[in-house]
Each structure stands twice: as C-alpha cells, then as structure tokens.
Design a protein around this ligand. Structure first.
Ligand code: NAP
Length: 264
C-alpha cells in the first residue's frame, strides 16, 4: 500500500509576497514551521527583519527581500539575483495589499490599471521567473491569496472584485499549462483579522456614520462560525496546498471563510 503523502516542506524554498504583515506574514511563519526556507517579500524592511528574527528564533530559516510589486522592473531584477544566489524557489505565494474600497464607477482608470499591475502583472512576472526552476526540480506550488469576492462580489469593493476575478481566471488558465508536479491554486479568505480588515471597517463606518465595532458585528453575523478568521488559519490552508499532500489539487479556489459564502 502507498504511504500517505507528507505535509512537511523540508528541503523546499518558498517566496512569500506581502510577508510583512497579515495573512502573508502568518503564511511565511507557517511555511517555515513546516520546514521550508522562506524568502519574505514586502516594502517594509523593519517588519521583514522582525519576521526573519522571529522565524530564526523558532528554529526556522528566512531571508528578507525588500521589493515593491508596483515596480516590476526592479522586482524582476531582484528575483533574477535571488535565483542566481539561492537557486530555485519551489513555492510562490502571490499576495499583496488589496485595492482601496469604493463603488466601481467612482474608480479611475489609473486605479484599475494600478491594481491590475500589483496583483496580476506581478504574479505573472513571478510565475514566469520561478516556474522554470520548479519544473526542473519536479516540484512547484503556486498559491494566490485572493478573496471570496471571486464567488460573490462584495459591495463597495468594485476594483477589488474586478481584479480578484481576473486573478482567479489567470490561475485557472495557468493550471492547464503547468507541467505535472507544478500546481497552482487560490485561497479565498473571508473576514480575517488583519490591518486590511481594520481599514475596511473604518471606511465602511465612515460611509455609514457608525462605529467600526458595529461594522465588525454586522460582518460576524454573516459568518456561521461566528467570528473572524485568524491569519494563522488562512496560512494553514495555504501551507497545506503547498505540501506534497496536496499534489493532486490543481486549479481550485478554496474559501477559508467560516462558511460565509452562500454559493456552492
Ligand atoms: N483580511 C481580510 O479579511 C481579507 C479578506 C479577503 C481578501 N483579503 C486579501 O488578502 C490579501 C492579504 O490580506 P491581508 O489582510 O493580510 O492584507 P494586509 O494586512 O494589508 O497586508 C498586505 C501585505 O501586502 C504587502 N504589500 C502591499 N502593497 C505592496 C507592494 N506594492 N509591494 C509589495 N508588498 C506590498 C504589505 O507589506 P508592505 O506594506 O510592507 O509592502 C503587507 O505585507 C489582500 O489582497 C487582501 O485584500 C483579505
């Protein structure tokens, strides 16, 4: 009888974007705890340095790579240097800051183009650079952090809804092209207790003339689990998709939303 596949990431290298806080930071910690060597990407050097120390303190290995996903030429050059110095990255986590809230018609063309660049073009650049090494290694995992809005668009997040759908479609298309052993999947976080959610709560409270606490209560009322997710819970799902145990899962969108989505 075949052995059950492992969830260990020992011997694997992982590039984690948006790793300075929130879901990305928890994902970097979770992948390191599973044995991966983590390259943590974001713009905030201090927060990345803290993360690297925290991972080292827990017996893991991580490096900081300061980069701005809005500056793709510099990002591409930094990734080329990284690959030359450290070899292939077996895991890529595409994750970055969400676009600002508001109705779609109020958004400028520049806002849409900039969100497209930071999410889709950056992910496309990174996949283009990393997939050859994954293919040569015979092991690759790409996981995109998107949103439940892929399934059910969220009111007042017009630009975000648009970009999330594009990202899911990009990922599904790529899942049909990648070679055996190299998978791509997406995680759709629900309400997760991070700085991003705080920002959205304050924005909605301002628009509705209420307090952020009231916004949180309204959100939580929609969640059968009756609470927000911890970033660590989302990270656990991401880390599992990155593991050998998920080898036959490909091209899916996995909600981590405490059951909030009503669609099947
Ligand atoms: N929290 C939720 O409830 C929730 C729900 C659904 C979807 N999401 C989505 O899931 C993703 C992660 O959410 P989160 O709550 O963890 O967000 P977050 O707390 O705002 O963290 C975003 C991360 O992205 C990095 N980042 C932002 N702009 C960047 C850029 N131009 N270049 C490089 N890094 C950049 C930030 O680091 P620096 O500022 O240091 O660069 C930070 O590490 C976002 O797209 C969010 O919209 C979140």
């Amino acid at each position: 009888m075949a052995e059950f596949p492992t969830t260990s990431l020992s011997g694997r290298s992982a590039l984690v974007c948006g790793a300075s806080m929130g879901i990305g930071r928890a994902t970097a910690r979770c992948l390191a705890a599973a044995g991966a060597t983590v390259v943590a990407v974001a713009r905030s050097q201090g927060a990345l340095d803290d993360l690297v120390s925290e991972i080292a303190g827990s017996g893991g290995t991580a490096f900081a790579l300061r980069a701005d996903l809005d500056d793709r030429p510099a990002l591409g050059a930094a990734i080329d240097r990284l690959l030359a110095e450290r070899g292939p990255q077996h895991i890529l986590i595409n994750n970055t800051g969400g676009p600002k809230g508001g109705p779609l018609l109020a958004a400028s063309e520049d806002e849409l183009a900039s969100a497209f660049g930071r999410h889709i073009l950056a992910a496309h650049l990174l996949a283009g650079r990393l997939v050859p090494g994954m293919t040569a290694a015979g092991y690759g995992r790409i996981v995109n952090v998107i949103s439940t809005s892929v399934r059910e668009p969220i009111p007042n997040l017009g630009v975000s809804n648009t970009i999330r759908g594009a990202m899911a479609s990009w990922a599904k298309s790529l899942s049909r092209e990648l070679p055996p052993g190299v998978t791509i999947n997406s995680v759709l976080p629900g309400f997760t207790d991070t700085a991003r959610l705080e920002q959205l709560a304050q924005g909605r409270a301002g628009r509705e003339g209420t307090e952020p606490d009231a916004v949180y209560r309204a959100w939580i009322a929609e969640v059968p689990e009756g609470r927000l997710a911890l970033p660590e819970e989302t990270a656990s799902a991401i880390a599992w998709l990155c593991s050998p145990a998920a080898a036959f899962i490909r091209g899916v969108c996995l909600p981590v939303d405490g059951g909030r989505l009503r669609s099947i």
